[in-house]
Design a binder for this molecule. Structure first.
Ligand SMILES: [Zn+2]
Length: 1189
């Protein structure tokens, strides 16, 4: 290499000295050319670094002045430049500044017939054109027109020349001014015709690169609105659709099909979502509206404004002429956005305990910490050991504080002095909290031990009790007459129409027979559990058809006629009885009757009066494995072709609305037996509209979160009226996230009622042809946070049904309703033994009038001796919460696992209870869960962004939870560990986010002194233990960086203000695992519950590791699990991943048809596609951050 370098130096010297002597120059160029041809890459690099490019340009400038210029010299120079150009990042700039640009262009113009010289000149032009400033300048000089002259008309002469000219043209057309020039020159129809010529004549596919080059030109022209219009006017959709269909069978033509499909998506006319407004279909008037923010905007939106579409269809016209020389800007921008969010303010990074509210105000929360003052003086430990029955004040208080009769915690504004407990000093065993006032002693006595149900999944099996025909598991009708009053939320101003509709709906559904015989006095009242209710008299399975029928014409005006349409099938099994699967052994916390009871106390904004079967029957996790679904090659483009066919074959389109929440009291439109029936009018249901597109294809629209105009991803709805064996395609057309695990192996969940009553009550992963891609429904700038020209995304799946007259449910993830939680909590009481201290309080009421449960679990003291009471009171606290985001139902399943473990009889659980006091808020956002929201509460806000300054009226659960923690901080009892359970939609495995100053500093470039960085590594202990014992947990996905955008989340606020070093968000995948024992499998409720149990086991291990003598210094003892500090740094640095870490597919996934995805070099383009290396994956930036806790 040194030899080569010297040669280059010699050449340079010669070239500079002898530029007048053509022959000498040529000789040197020959030598150079040979040198550079061998071992090309590195030598060219050296040549460039030695300033070779500049010298070549100099020679060119000088040589062109000779008259006539030597053709051979021009040829050699351009050949060399063509070699050097692609390796020199500044090639385009150097060419422009030296004046070489015009020389080459003039040579091309003068030598159109001289292919020998033309080819290297075009090759050089191709490189010039990749610089955007050059492209504009070349366009002004008529080069676009010139290239069109070279590539038309169709001819197979000089294909290599043609290929280079097309590449250059494609590069030039990336400039919007050039694209417009091409449109104005009428070249779009010309390109399409040319493409058709090549498509027809290139029968042996030898010239695929030329065909691809033509498509790239079209792709770049259609980046501008005018280009898309010209493309549509020239019948481009049909031309590309037809040619692509013919290319499909030949796998080597995939690049053509993919580029065609990209162009078609882009040009597909933007549609309007079939909605009157994107605001939620349900109204809930807030007691007061925040002054600023999205909710304020929503409320201040003038009436009559169309928020579904606006003028924001096209985003690029305005900046067409503002192109600049921005060569390396893109890289820098990417770099910056990745680090932008890291907190760099050292003051903010250092936890500063914030006293928050004055202690006088916080003292009221003492009532939730009775265990810290309990002295058990009146409690008979001996008798409890023999399990004697004592109706105790403890048990009665525990039942009375269940959700049915909540304790109303006064807010700061309404602090009532009489609610402040009397002070008394009883702190005989704990002098450190002298200021802590203790309430009057209560005398807890546990309830007698409940029949124990061991929670060992291995030992239980599904028992199918065919004989057990359960009947009338229904509350008596009079209970439901009170339902509407019970269920009415306290939110005064509910619309009268809705009440009316509700009453109408309630009417008459109990007695299916009465419906069929006509209207009149026979109408009963529809109950909470109407499906259940209906099962009483109606046959199975025909009952299911019957249920579907009763929904028809839900307005109540035409029951008879509609029901008649299914009459033929209804005849069959009169009198048969629905078999409720007997799941008591498998689901110890489940009880259908109790569930219905719980629903009655649940307040929903739409005042739901139905119960979904899956929530009623329960879910028994299947024993078979559910692998991540392998993506079928080409699935996305085949879906896009089907979408395109809506334009090409409009006669196939049915376009019939079959379900619509926006039509008051009439969600189901019509029943002619040709359409599926939909329903989601039950707790956690979310479906706003269903439109039958083709015979077996439906577009589905999800409802926005209440008091919001977006946030949709979660879905849960019911389908009936299906045909067996037919494949149906469902498209959820208003998804918002820019990518989804549905592209990476995740399937939807389906629950079949027929399966359930045959003894298999369970959600199963279902669906084929699943994919997630940007669609042609326009998203208004109002809905896209001010961004213009955005689209929604389609999540599509296909499935078939195996039972006639079935009722099936589909969900985003395993549903877990608020009523389910209440049922589980009620059943947990039954697991209590004399050794378990369990208290259930209601922390507060939500805006919607639902209670927010708070659990306290620990072990009873061994005796009421001073020592035992002291040990009892001084156990460290563990504070857990979940489900602040309603769409993350997996968090609830993990929480269920935690709760069941904590209440179990295993020795581990007993040790754990003896080690800690657990304070648990299992559902921070009951209203969101009840109403089918994806992310927000009724206030239309993300509650996990309110922790810094929660409003007691708008965010009561957050306000009071934070107050509990502030109270604990005040009495020096801040929890040892705080963890908020979440679900993650874009990553696999289970992992944690924590807070570390040091790791945040490492990720940013801020300078910090070593004293700033003194930090215990204790925050890594719990995740590290979890990664060792919990198979779904992945340490590699954990992050301990503090981000600015997360400064108002539970994790950061509890860390910073309460001073809890071990403050975490635990994220569970919605999809599955790519490591550990469950690698390659989708996640199920069993794995999620196991995770919750393993979390407890990890806490026990944490305790054993540290001895817990003094948990403040726990971190010094970490070395045995995490090694030395230095080792941690080198072996497992924090991952700070902005985007999902998914491997690429064979099929390039382009989520965004609008992206001006830049293919690097024309010659690399093909290679990239063949290797299936989609650059597009890099573009999933949008405005989204990827980890959202
Ligand atoms: Zn979350």
């Amino acid at each position: 290499m040194i030899y080569i370098t010297m040669l280059f130096d010699k050449c340079s010297v010669f070239l500079r000295q002898n530029t007048r002597d053509v022959q000498t120059t040529l000789n040197i160029l020959y030598i150079l050319s040979e040198l550079l041809t061998v071992g090309r890459g590195r030598r060219v690099g050296v040549f460039v670094s030695k300033g070779g490019t500049g010298i070549l340009f100099q020679i060119l400038i000088t040589a062109i002045k000779e008259l006539p210029p030597s053709e051979e010299l021009m040829l050699q120079l351009h050949s060399l430049l063509a070699k050097v150009g692609p390796k020199d990042r500044k090639f385009g700039v150097k060419a422009r500044l030296s004046g070489a640009l015009n020389i080459t262009v003039n040579l091309i113009k003068q030598n159109l017939q001289n292919t020998k010289l033309l080819l290297p000149c075009l090759q050089v032009l191709r490189v010039y054109s990749t610089n955007s400033v050059n492209a504009i300048s070349l366009g002004k000089n008529g080069v676009v027109e010139l290239m069109f002259k070279i590539v038309t008309p169709y001819s197979k002469k000089n294909t290599s020349l043609l290929k280079v000219a097309l590449d250059a043209l494609g590069a030039l057309l990336k400039s919007k001014t050039n694209a417009r020039r091409a449109v104005d020159g009428g070249h779009v129809p010309v390109l399409l015709a040319l493409y058709q010529d090549w498509h027809r004549n290139d029968t042996r596919h030898r010239h695929m690169l030329i065909r691809k080059g033509l498509l790239v030109c079209l792709r770049n022209i259609t980046n501008i609105k005018l280009g898309r219009k010209a493309f549509l006017d020239a019948d481009g959709m049909r031309i590309l659709y037809n040619s692509s269909t013919e290319c499909l069978p030949v796998r080597t033509l995939d690049p053509l099909v993919n580029t065609s499909s990209l162009i078609m998506r882009k040009c597909f006319p933007k549609n309007r979502l079939p909605l009157p407004t994107i605001k939620s279909a349900f109204q809930y008037q807030l007691p007061h509206v925040p002054a600023v923010g999205p909710v304020a905007q929503l409320y201040s939106q003038p009436p009559g404004v169309d928020d579904v579409v606006d003028e924001s269809d096209d985003n690029e016209e305005t900046d067409a002429d503002t192109e600049n020389d921005t060569e390396n800007d893109e890289d820098e921008k990417d770099q910056r956005s990745a680090n932008d969010d890291i907190e760099t303010d050292l003051n903010k990074l250092h936890p500063k305990k914030n006293p928050g509210r004055p202690f006088e105000e916080l003292r009221v929360y003492e009532r939730f910490f009775l265990e810290l003052s309990e002295d058990f003086q009146g409690y008979n430990f001996e008798s409890s050991k023999s399990a004697s029955t004592t109706s105790s004040s403890f048990s009665s208080s525990s039942t009375s504080t269940r959700s049915t009769r909540p304790i109303i915690v006064p807010t700061a504004q309404a602090l009532s002095p009489k609610l402040v407990p009397k002070s008394g000093s009883q702190g005989d065993c704990n002098s450190t909290k002298g200021q802590h006032t203790l309430p009057s002693p209560s005398v807890p006595t546990p309830t007698p031990p409940a029949p124990l149900t061991p929670l060992e999944l291995d030992t239980i099996h599904l028992t199918k009790d065919q004989d057990k025909k359960e009947e009338a598991r229904i509350p008596s009708p009079d209970t439901c007459t009170t339902l509407s009053s019970l269920a009415r939320p306290p939110s005064q101003g509910q619309m009268i129409e809705q009440d009316l509709a509700h009453v109408l709906e309630c009417v008459s559904l109990e007695e299916e027979g009465a419906l069929n015989t006509g209207e009149g006095g026979g109408r009963g009242v529809k109950q909470e559990g109407s499906p259940v209710n209906a099962t009483r008299h109606i046959q199975s399975p025909l009952l299911l058809g019957g249920i579907a029928t009763r929904r028809v014409g839900g307005g109540g005006s035409n029951w008879g006629s509609d029901c008649g349409s299914e009459g033929a099938e209804d005849e069959g099994g009169e009198g048969a009885v629905l078999e409720v699967p007997d799941t008591a052994l498998l689901l110890p916390l489940h009880d259908p009757d109790l569930y219905v009871e719980m629903v009655k106390g649940t307040h929903s904004v739409p005042q739901y009066a139905e119960v979904a079967y899956p929530d009623y029957f329960g879910h028994v996790a299947p024993t078979f494995r559910e692998p991540l679904q392998e993506r079928v090659y080409g699935v996305q483009r085949s879906k896009i072709f089907q979408d395109t066919e809506r334009l090409i074959h409009p006669n196939d389109i049915v376009d019939k609305v079959v379900y619509d929440l926006d039509i008051p009291s009439c969600p189901v439109i019509e029943d002619d037996g040709e359409s599926l029936k939909f329903n989601s009018q039950f707790e956690s249901g979310n479906l706003r509209k269903a439109v039958q597109i083709r015979k077996y294809e439906y577009d589905l629209v999800l409802n926005s979160d209440i008091n919001s105009n977006h946030y949709h991803q979660w879905f849960y709805f019911e389908v009936s009226g299906m045909r067996v064996g037919t494949t149906y395609r469902f498209n959820i057309i208003n998804s918002e996230k820019s990518n989804s695990q549905f592209n990476y192996g995740m399937q939807v969940l389906m629950y079949s009622v027929q399966e359930a009553i045959s003894g298999r009550p369970r959600w199963v992963r279902t669906g084929t042809d699943i994919c997630y891609y940007k669609n042609h429904f326009a998203r208004s700038s109002i809905a896209a946070g001010g961004q213009k020209g955005k689209s929604y995304y389609t999540m599509t799946f296909s499935t078939s049904f195996s039972h006639k007259d079935d009722v099936c449910y589909f969900a985003y993830h395993y549903p877990y309703t608020y009523s389910t939680l209440k049922m589980h909590l009620s059943k947990l009481e039954a697991l209590r033994t004399p050794q378990i201290y369990l208290r259930q309080d209601v922390l507060c009421k939500t805006l919607g009038g639902n209670g927010c449960p708070l659990l306290t679990i620990t072990a009873m003291p061994e005796s009421n001796s001073n020592d035992h009471i002291c040990q009892f009171r001084n156990r460290p606290l563990i504070f857990l919460s979940a489900r602040v985001h309603p769409g993350e139902t997996n968090a609830s399943w993990v929480m269920k696992g935690t709760l069941e473990f904590l209440m179990s009889t295993s020795p581990l659980a007993a040790s754990l209870r003896e080690a800690y006091i657990f304070k648990i808020i299992p559902m921070l956002n009951p209203d969101g869960v009840v109403n089918g929201n994806h992310r927000c509460s009724l206030s239309g806000e993300d509650l996990n962004r309110q922790w810094q300054n929660p409003n007691p009226e708008l965010h009561p659960t957050i306000y009071h939870t934070k107050s509990l923690l502030q109270y604990l901080a005040h009495i020096q009892r801040a929890p040892l560990v705080f963890c908020d359970y979440h679900g993650h939609s874009r990553k696999k495995n289970v992992f944690m986010y924590g807070c570390s100053v040091k790791e945040t500093v490492w990720q940013s470039n801020i300078s910090a002194t070593s004293s700033d960085l003194q930090e215990d590594l204790g925050y890594r202990a719990l995740p590290k233990i979890l990664s060792q014992i919990a198979p779904a947990f992945s340490m590699a996905s954990c992050s301990f960086v503090v981000e600015r955008s997360k400064e108002s989340t539970a994790r950061v606020v509890v860390w910073r203000e309460i001073g809890v070093q071990c403050s975490y968000t635990m994220e569970s995948t919605l999809c599955g695992c790519d490591q550990g024992k469950y690698k390659g499998l989708q996640i199920g409720t069993r794995e999620l519950e196991e995770m919750g149990a393993q979390f407890c086991v990890a806490l026990l291990r944490l305790k054993r590791l540290t001895g817990l003598r003094n948990h403040q210094h726990l971190l010094d003892l970490e070395s045995d699990i995490i090694g030395t500090q230095a080792k941690v740094v080198s072996s497992s640095p924090t991952t700070y991943v902005m985007e999902e870490d998914e491997p690429p597919f064979l099929e390039p996934i382009d989520y965004s048809a609008e992206s001006n995805d830049e293919d690097a070099e024309p010659e690399n383009e093909h290679a990239a596609e063949v290797q299936g290396n989609p650059d597009h994956l890099d573009q999933l930036s949008d405005s989204e951050t990827n980890h959202r806790d």
